[in-house]
Structures are given as C-alpha cells and as structure tokens.
Design a protein around this ligand. Sequence first.
Ligand code: HEC
Length: 146
Amino acid sequence: MRLKMIAAAIFGAVVVCSAWSFAYPAEQQAPAKFDLGKREYDSKCAVCHGSRGKGDGPYAGLLNIKTPDLTTLAQRNHGMFPVLWVQEVIDGRQNFKAHGPSEMPIWGLDYLAKARESYTDPYEAEAYVRTRILALTEYIYRLQVK
Ligand code: HEC
C-alpha cells in the first residue's frame, strides 16, 4: 500500500514537471542575455553620459552644465551607491516640483506617457515606470568603479 502511494507521488511529480515544461516553452522565457538596463541606457542616456557612463557623450559638450560621470557615484558617496538618489534623479518628477527644470530630461514623465499607451490602470502604469527606472539604476550600479 505504502509503495503504491510513493509510486503515485513520483508519477504525479513527473506529470506536473512535464506539464510545466509544456506550459512555458523556451521562447516565452527571457533570453539569457536580455539586459533591460543596458538597453535603456544605451538608447536614452549614453548620448549625454557616454557609452561607459563617464559623462563624455556627444551631447555633453552642448549643455550649460557639466554632464556628471555616473561611474563614480558610489566613490563620491563614501563607497555607498546612492540608490534612492539615482532613482529620483532619473525619475525627475519629484525634483522637477522641488527645484524646477534641470538639464536632465524627466524620464518619469516620458515612461508614464509610454505606459499609458498600454495600461489604463494607473497602478499598472506606475509599475511600468518604476521597473524601467529600477533596471537603469541596477545597470548604473554595475558601471561603478571599484
Ligand atoms: C540631455 C543630456 C542628458 C541625458 C539624455 C541624460 N542625462 Fe542624466 N544628467 C545630465 C546632466 C546635465 C546632469 C547634471 C544634473 C542636472 O542637470 O540636473 C545629469 C545627472 C544625472 C544623474 C545624477 C548624477 C550625480 O552625480 O548625482 C544621474 C544618476 C543621471 N543623470 C542618470 C541618467 C540616466 C539613467 C539617463 C537616461 C535614462 C540620463 N541621465 C540621461 C544630462 C543628461
């Protein structure tokens, strides 16, 4: 009796596992090399901050103020990467209200406009915005000099 139950449990596990692999075919899983933060950075930020984050993009020289080096954020902050600061600067919606316009585009508004094309629920739209900003923050974290 006991042996039968164990056999049934094993059979059940095999059925569940194979159903799982049918339910999630390889093409629905994220490609191994998919790097959302890098993709966003290269298309939106590198033009000013430079392809390696050094503040030397082709637009940098055209601005009234110096484009910061994003690879020394941690170094300039006693070795701690300033996660919240980076997120808020990229988002820009808070800063804009507090300090008026800066040379940095307000990405939070850009992403929100894009999100509203796909989401009617404001929470879903906000989740889209924050995911993009988080991916960028994580990518900039990886650019930090040791
Ligand atoms: C048009 C040029 C331009 C683009 C494009 C741009 N930035 Fe900036 N960024 C600046 C400038 C100039 C500053 C300096 C602060 C200011 O003007 O408010 C800055 C500041 C920053 C800071 C704060 C740096 C510090 O030392 O505290 C971060 C982080 C940052 N940018 C990230 C990004 C990210 C991520 C993107 C792309 C989504 C981006 N920037 C796109 C020009 C740009």
